[in-house]
Design a protein around this ligand. Structure first.
Ligand code: C5P
Length: 313
């Protein structure tokens, strides 16, 4: 069978239903106990071979397009782009010496706390594995993903999953039913390292202990109890994120005032999340947020599958 010329793969944004953060480790990372949840907002990466010749062993060539309301110009085009790093790592691991073009179609907010870059890396690993006919197992790809970033393994896995160590050790947690979310996007991005550094200086950061996922959260998910889930949503980075972006507190307050059953900053922010009772209720909350605080909102559901092939030709 001839190998494809072009492979398109997608991967989802993540939210953290629970994000417990422990004290800073010697290497600068923080131990996490998190429950990841993939939502229906996907970046799409197309990996292709240049049509004619091209030099062998060159760096991946990255192009970026997508939702024009996102901070697309902030996405690096060079070898530091996480999708380029993913392709290079996979090539190095399997001894591939071919040039590759990577086109990223961005739908996930850039630097938004929704792991958009991690989704690009996961989609790239999936697309390049198929383009180069490597037949890597999911375990192989998860190992490479962990080298690329803490959230990349989850972007491969999708669904709902527990994340441990610095987030990269993922275990699927099958949950019944769907949840409906409102995502309020922000016009400015936030730096994840800056939020973690701010966390170290919050009273909560100073007193942080080894985190665990509370049984009440696991029980709420097992029973698909939306109201209970809303009450136990937690993000230990939220005080630090709000310290850097005090304006987000009003967005959270308005969402709760509009009837959301739970509200929190997503990961390191600045996107804010609101849990609706169902699709209609989420749409109502989104409408109120758009009207009351001119929030840039979208309604989506989770869990959704992890990285997957969309097309090959
Ligand atoms: O792993 P990733 O590249 O996504 O991490 C980005 C940054 O976020 C790290 O350099 C670190 O500052 C911070 N981080 C952390 N603890 C984690 C994950 C990320 O301090 N568990």
């Amino acid at each position: 069978m001839s190998r494809p010329h072009r492979v398109t793969a997608s991967a989802p944004a993540k939210v953290n239903l629970y994000l417990g953060v422990g004290p800073r480790r010697g290497d600068g990372f923080h131990p996490l106990a998190t429950l990841y949840h993939a939502i229906g907002l996907r970046d799409v990466v197309t990996a292709s071979r240049p049509r004619s010749g091209g030099r062998r062993g060159t760096e991946p060539v990255v192009s970026v397009d997508g939702d024009q309301s996102l901070l697309l110009t902030d996405v690096p085009r060079g070898p530091e782009n996480i999708a380029a790093r993913a392709a290079s790592l996979l090539a190095q691991q399997y001894g591939v010496d071919e040039p590759v073009l990577l086109h990223i179609d961005k739908r996930i907010p850039v630097a938004g706390g929704l792991a958009g870059g991690s989704a690009d890396a996961a989609a790239t690993l999936t697309a390049c594995d198929a383009l180069w006919g490597l037949g890597a197992t999911q375990a192989d790809l998860l190992d490479l993903a962990a080298e690329l970033g803490s959230d990349v393994p989850f972007a491969l896995l999708g669904g709902t999953a527990a994340g441990a160590v610095r987030g990269e050790l993922v275990t699927s947690v099958p949950v019944p039913g769907d949840y409906w979310w409102v995502v309020a996007r922000s016009r400015e991005g936030m730096s994840t390292p800056a939020v973690y550094a701010a966390f170290d200086h919050t009273p909560q950061g100073a007193a942080a202990v080894e985190p665990t996922i509370p049984p009440a959260m696991t029980a709420a998910l097992a029973e698909h109890d939306v109201e209970r889930l809303g009450a136990v949503l937690n993000n230990d980075l939220q005080p630090a994120a709000l310290g850097l972006r005090p304006d987000l507190a009003a967005v959270l307050r308005h969402g709760l005032g509009a009837g959301a059953v739970g509200a929190l900053v997503s990961g390191s922010g600045p996107s804010c999340l609101f849990l609706g009772r169902d699709q209609e209720h989420a749409a109502h909350v989104a409408g109120r947020l758009a009207e009351d605080v001119s929030a840039d909102v979208l309604v989506t559901s989770g869990p959704v599958p992890g990285a997957r092939i969309e097309s090959k030709d």
